[in-house]
Design a protein around this ligand. Structure first.
Ligand code: PA5
Length: 359
C-alpha cells in the first residue's frame, strides 16, 4: 500500500542522510565540485523545483553563516541575467526530466556555466554524462519529496564545496550527528509514543487536518523550513497551506488575520544563529510574541513546536522530520493516499504535450 510505503520512506530520513553522505564520499562528490568551481566563486545559482529544490533551500538555511558567497535558488525556467560563465551553478531534479530544469540547463550551457547535477537519472543525467559535468546519481524509485535525505546530503555537500570547500568537514559531522538524533526520535514515534511536548505527530495532525494552516518561523533565513511544511501538507495531505513571511508579515499580512474566519498558526521554533546582535534578538522575540498575540486575539489556534534537543542542524532537521510524518498522518486521517500527485502530474503532461506535440 502506498500509504505504508510513504511512511516507510519518511522513517528512512535518518538512514538516507547517513548513507547519502557515505555514497557521496565514495563517489568523490564534494571533491569533484571543488575541482570544477572557482575557489573565488562569490555567487552561485542553483535551479530546481518542488521536492527537489527544497533540498537546496534547506541546505542554504543550514549553511547561512558558512557560505562564501550568495546562493540564489531559482525555480523559474528563465535564468537571471547576472549568471555567466564565471558563476558556480548546480541543478537538482530527482527525476531528471523536469522541463523547467532542462530549460535552465540549456541556458546555463549556452552561457558557459556548466552546472553540477543531482538526479536519479533521466535526461539531465544523460546531458551531464555527455558533457562531463559533475553528477551525483541518487537512488531511484522514490517520490521526489520522499528522497529528501538523499538529496539533502548531496546538495549540502555541493554548496559547502563551492568557493573553496572549507565547510565540507563540518557538514559531514553536523549531518551525521543530526541523523543519529533523528533515529532516536523515530524510535519514539515507531512505538506510537507522543514524544516531547509540542512534538506529538498525532496531536498535531488532529489539530491541523482539514483546517486553514499558517506556518511561521522566526527568521527569514529559516523560511525554507516553513515551505517544507507547506509543500508536504499540500502534496501528501492535499491541503493548501500558507507560509507566513515573518518578520515581513508583521508589516502587512497580520492586518487581515481577524478576517480569515479562523485557522491554525504553527510556529516552528528554530535554533538561534550564532552571533545575532543582542538588540536584534530582543527585537525579534518581541515582534514574534506580539504577532502570536495578534493570532490568538484573531481567534486563530497557536501551536508552538519546539525542536528536538541537540545542535542547530539537529534541531532544524527535526522540524523537517516532524513535517513529513505529520503530513502522512493528516493524509491518513482524511482518507487520502499521500503518494500519488495526479494533479501536479497533469500540469507536467500539459506542458509536455504543448512543447513536444509529436512525442
Ligand atoms: O515532490 C514532488 O513530487 C514534486 O514537488 C517534484 O519534486 C517537482 O514536480 C519536480 O520534479 P523533480 O523533483 O523530479 O524535478
Amino acid at each position: 500500500m502506498s500509504l505504508e510505503r510513504m511512511r516507510d520512506w519518511v522513517f528512512e530520513l535518518p538512514d538516507q542522510i547517513r548513507i547519502g553522505l557515505e555514497r557521496a564520499e565514495a563517489r568523490g562528490w564534494p571533491e569533484s565540485i571543488r575541482a570544477a568551481t572557482s575557489a573565488n566563486a562569490h555567487a552561485m545559482f542553483v535551479g530546481g523545483m518542488g521536492g527537489s529544490a527544497v533540498s537546496a533551500r534547506l541546505s542554504r538555511a543550514l549553511l547561512i553563516d558558512s557560505l562564501r558567497g550568495s546562493v540564489e535558488i531559482g525555480s523559474d525556467p528563465h535564468l537571471p541575467g547576472w549568471v555567466d560563465g564565471e558563476t558556480s551553478a548546480g541543478l537538482i531534479s530527482y527525476s531528471g526530466e523536469t522541463w523547467e530544469v532542462l530549460a535552465l540547463w540549456e541556458q546555463l550551457a549556452s552561457r558557459g556555466a556548466l552546472p553540477w547535477v543531482v538526479s536519479c537519472g533521466g535526461e539531465l543525467a544523460e546531458r551531464s554524462r555527455s558533457t562531463g559535468a559533475p553528477h551525483l546519481l541518487v537512488p531511484p524509485g522514490y517520490a521526489p519529496r520522499a528522497a529528501f535525505g538523499w538529496l539533502l546530503s548531496s546538495v549540502a555537500l555541493a554548496l559547502a564545496a563551492t568557493g573553496g570547500g572549507d565547510a565540507v568537514p563540518s557538514v559531514r559531522s553536523q549531518l551525521g550527528e543530526a541523523a543519529a538524533a533523528l533515529a532516536e526520535e523515530r524510535e519514539f514515534w515507531r512505538k506510537g509514543s507522543a514524544g516531547a511536548a509540542g512534538r506529538d505527530p498525532e496531536a498535531l495532525a488532529s489539530a491541523l487536518a482539514g483546517r486553514r494552516v499558517l506556518v511561521l518561523v522566526a527568521r527569514e533565513s529559516d523560511l525554507a523550513l516553513a515551505y517544507r511544511w507547506k509543500n508536504q501538507f499540500e502534496e501528501n495531505a492535499k491541503q493548501v497551506t500558507q507560509v507566513v513571511a515573518f518578520p515581513e508579515a508583521g508589516h502587512n499580512e497580520i492586518e487581515g488575520w481577524a478576517r480569515l474566519g479562523g485557522g491554525e498558526v504553527v510556529f516552528l521554533e528554530t535554533p538561534a544563529r550564532a552571533g545575532e546582535p543582542a538588540r536584534v534578538a530582543r527585537g525579534r522575540d518581541a515582534a514574534l510574541e506580539a504577532v502570536l498575540d495578534v493570532a490568538r486575539q484573531a481567534g486563530l489556534g497557536v501551536h508552538r513546536v519546539p525542536t528536538a534537543p541537540g545542535s542547530r542542524w539537529t534541531g532544524f532537521l527535526s522540524q523537517v522530520f516532524l513535517a513529513d510524518f505529520v503530513s502522512i498522518r493528516m493524509a491518513e486521517q482524511r482518507g487520502i493516499d499521500p503518494e500519488p500527485v495526479p494533479v501536479l502530474g497533469s500540469i507536467k503532461d500539459a506542458v509536455r504535450r504543448h512543447l513536444d506535440p509529436g512525442a
